[in-house]
Design a protein around this ligand. Structure first.
Ligand SMILES: [Mg+2]
Length: 426
């Protein structure tokens, strides 16, 4: 429960993906850098220098190629295993500063700072910022407010300030700050609502704060009034410190080049099963159902489009990679059709529940199950300790011809000894 004297900080990593790449490549520190989305499609992270060149967020790569060439912009393909690893380090560091924290996204977290005295809030926030930078190398911005929406607003302003920290709890100028935030940049205000608000003369966060409650209630939905209330300092969205476990787990990828053969599709499905199984094992969950899907490019609807998916209920719930792969490959064989150029394949594990060995298999001995559990644990441990894919299944093969396009990947793997930077003492 939130109460009126709650103090919430939103800590957000600055240009997170770019910052991760810079960590391992100091030579690009002051250079314009961008990270591209999957299959090198669009710009999804930009360094300040790249922003200053006019490169927009979400812009397709081909549109900025000219600027990139003329200004020697450094380009990176996404390396999500690196970003995930750095994110975990940042979150672990943040956790030291508050007993109550909600991880909001890969690079953002809400921290409950209600136990900190008002006069110490700023200093405490600078300490958080400094520690995260020192321990992980990632720069952050921090916004503090009495509600989540206000802390988001404070963070929005902090991003533009040199200090990188804005405290709206002690500020006497909240309204001045809020009038600088455009309505579409207010947390919880989507595209449709933005259009509606602008039509009605509500252009900034301050305008929304000032609008009469009856008008909001009559003209928008519960989310609309919630945001307005939060801007006024009445908490309506509580902090959710516990991560809810996932209900299903989907792993899919577009291929770097079109795939036609069943063997290559099998390889991709096997790899996806391995990843998904590892994920649910880490959460101590088991699956009841597996869905396999494949499709050609949707732009080929007129000529030769094919897409299909099929799911099967597993006889016994499991998180065993070998069992899941066997089932998935049987489904794949069933839906595969020769003569098509496939662009995407994936699997979904669903009906996820916490693992409980005694509710498991009536038909095999617990001893047998225990052996398999140990094998899976050994695989997971080896892969965490010695790097991804140290132990895999032969069907997944090592050279994945179908893999996504990552032409500009830094290929940094924080779990690989070979890739540790070397320091030479002269
Ligand atoms: Mg960020």
């Amino acid at each position: 429960m939130l109460y009126n004297n709650s103090k919430i900080a939103l800590v957000d990593c600055n240009s997170f993906y770019v910052s991760c790449e810079k960590l391992f490549n100091p030579s690009i520190n002051k250079k314009p850098v961008v990270v591209l989305s999957s299959n090198d499609g669009c710009v999804i992270s930009r360094s300040t220098e790249a922003k200053n060149l006019g490169i927009k967020m979400g812009e397709p790569y081909f549109k900025v190629k000219k600027i990139v060439k003329e200004n020697d912009v450094k380009i990176f393909s996404t390396n999500f295993s690196l970003y995930g690893d750095i994110s975990r380090r940042v979150m672990k560091t943040l956790k030291q500063f508050s007993p109550k924290m909600e991880i909001y996204s890969i690079d953002e977290a809400f921290l409950d700072l209600s136990s900190i005295k008002n006069e110490d809030l700023l200093e405490h926030s600078y300490k958080i910022k400094k520690t995260v930078l020192k321990w992980t190398g990632i720069p952050t911005s921090i916004g503090i407010g009495t509600t989540k929406t206000l802390s988001k607003a404070a963070n929005y302003i902090a991003k533009k300030e040199k200090s990188g920290v804005i405290d709206l709890v002690n500020s006497k100028e909240i309204d001045k700050f809020l009038s600088k935030i455009k309505i579409n940049d207010v947390w919880g205000v989507g595209k449709q609502l933005t259009k509606f608000y602008i039509k009605n003369g509500i252009n900034t966060a301050y305008d929304l704060k000032k609008i009469h409650n009856n008008w909001i209630k009559k003209n928008t939905n519960v989310f609309g009034s919630r945001t307005a209330m939060e801007l006024r300092g009445f908490p309506c969205v509580s902090l959710e410190p516990y991560e809810e476990k996932r209900k299903n787990c989907c792993v899919s990828r577009s291929f770097g080049k079109k795939v036609t053969r069943l063997e290559d599709l099998s390889e991709a499905i096997t790899t996806h099963c391995l990843n998904a199984a590892e994920k649910i094992r880490l959460d101590n969950q088991t699956a009841k159902k597996i869905t396999v899907f494949i499709r050609t490019s949707p732009f080929q609807i007129k000529k030769n489009y094919y897409g299909n998916s099929k799911d099967i209920d597993l006889p016994i719930r499991t998180n065993d990679s070998i069992v899941l792969i066997k089932q998935a490959l049987a489904v794949l064989k069933n839906i595969y059709k020769k003569g098509y150029q496939y662009q995407k394949a994936g699997i979904v594990l669903s009906g996820l529940k916490d693992f409980d060995i005694y509710n498991e298999n009536l038909f095999s001995t617990i001893n047998n199950d225990k052996k398999r559990i140990k094998l899976m644990q050994a695989i997971d441990c080896a892969n965490i300790k010695y790097g991804r894919n140290t132990l895999s299944i032969a069907q997944a093969r090592l050279k994945k011809k179908w893999n996504i396009k990552r032409q500009y990947s830094s290929k940094i793997d924080t779990a690989s000894f070979e890739l540790l930077p070397t320091v030479r003492v002269l």
